[in-house]
Design a protein around this ligand. Structure first.
Ligand SMILES: [Zn+2]
Length: 296
């Protein structure tokens, strides 16, 4: 293998704006939303208007009602046993390969929709306000962790062959719904949200269980109060290794898993699979932190 050490800065070729890069959430007015984005900090983004709305909803004796305020962006009323929207419909991640747009985007309307669901399922207003943020922010952050891990694999291949490798772009363009990746991201989101005291675990599980395939394919480890959540039928380590193997081989899930690739996810707490660090090294002297935006 050519000289390459994990942890070194890895150069990459930026993608021009307007190029054909898949962006989740593009059923919304993406350009317009991005133009009016607001960068926010790392902690819970306090949305007082949402909190008021949730308190009002909490006071209503019979649950659903119309929830007041704005209609859900998906047009789905969650009053029955209806499915819930995918996390990437309520928020999204743009790859660092798109320099100007890179980051995690949380839609206020999307977050409100998730938070209202949680209150209707018994969460307190404040819990729902916080948990909606944790679930969406961490789901999208996990997409970044995968992107960054794949970037490391690309660098290894490039160092070996001397040719560029576009594993991430190839998979992003060719697989519309990457169910394993969505499960990996949702398991991470759930573990991170469940780490906060007072998290409405039951309501969060119900939200996830009604999401589309992939998103909902989670084993909630109730023995550990959900903190061991992983994609169905696999340990977290297996699932993450499997996912990165899929990127590496450009095929579906038939290839034998390369064990240990999960370490590329870069968790600070590796055992628990939490606290993914959100740093991208762009040169030996420069690091960038994953930007976090609120959009309407
Ligand atoms: Zn996702």
């Amino acid at each position: 293998m050519a000289e390459f050490n994990i942890g070194e800065a890895i150069p990459w070729v930026p993608i021009e704006r307007g190029a054909n890069v898949p962006v989740p959430g593009n059923n919304m007015d993406y350009r317009d939303l991005v133009a009016r984005r607001v960068e926010v900090g790392r902690g819970v983004d306090v949305d007082r208007q949402l909190l008021e709305e949730l308190r009002e909803l909490e006071r209503q004796p019979d649950g659903p009602g119309n929830g007041g305020g704005r209609p859900p962006i998906t047009g789905v009323d969650d009053s029955d046993d209806d499915p819930t929207p995918s996390s990437d419909h309520l928020a999204w991640y743009v790859t660092f390969r798109c320099i100007g747009d890179w980051g995690v985007y949380i839609s206020r309307r999307g977050r409100a929709e998730l938070a209202r669901f949680l209150v209707r399922r018994g969460a307190r207003a404040q819990q729902a306000h916080d948990a909606s943020w944790y679930l969406l922010r961490n789901h999208e952050t996990a997409h970044f962790l995968v992107d960054r891990a794949v970037h490391t694999l690309e660098a290894v291949l490039r160092a070996e062959s001397g040719r560029p490798a576009d594993l991430w772009l190839h998979r992003a363009r060719s697989i519309r719904n990457d169910e394993l990746e969505e499960a990996v991201c949702n398991a991470y989101a759930y573990r991170m949200a469940a780490n906060h005291p007072g998290s409405p675990l039951r309501a969060m599980r119900e939200f996830i269980s009604r999401q589309p395939r992939g998103y909902r394919d989670i084993d909630f480890d109730t023995a550990r109060k959900g903190r061991g959540a992983s994609p169905t039928g696999m340990t977290r380590f297996q699932a993450e290794s499997q996912l990165l193997t899929c990127y590496l081989t450009r095929t579906a899930t038939t290839t034998q898993r390369v064990v240990g690739l999960d370490s590329l996810m870069g968790y600070r707490n590796r055992e628990a699979g939490t606290n993914g660090d959100d740093i991208l090294r762009v040169s030996d002297h420069e690091k960038r932190i994953l930007p976090l935006y609120r959009v309407e």
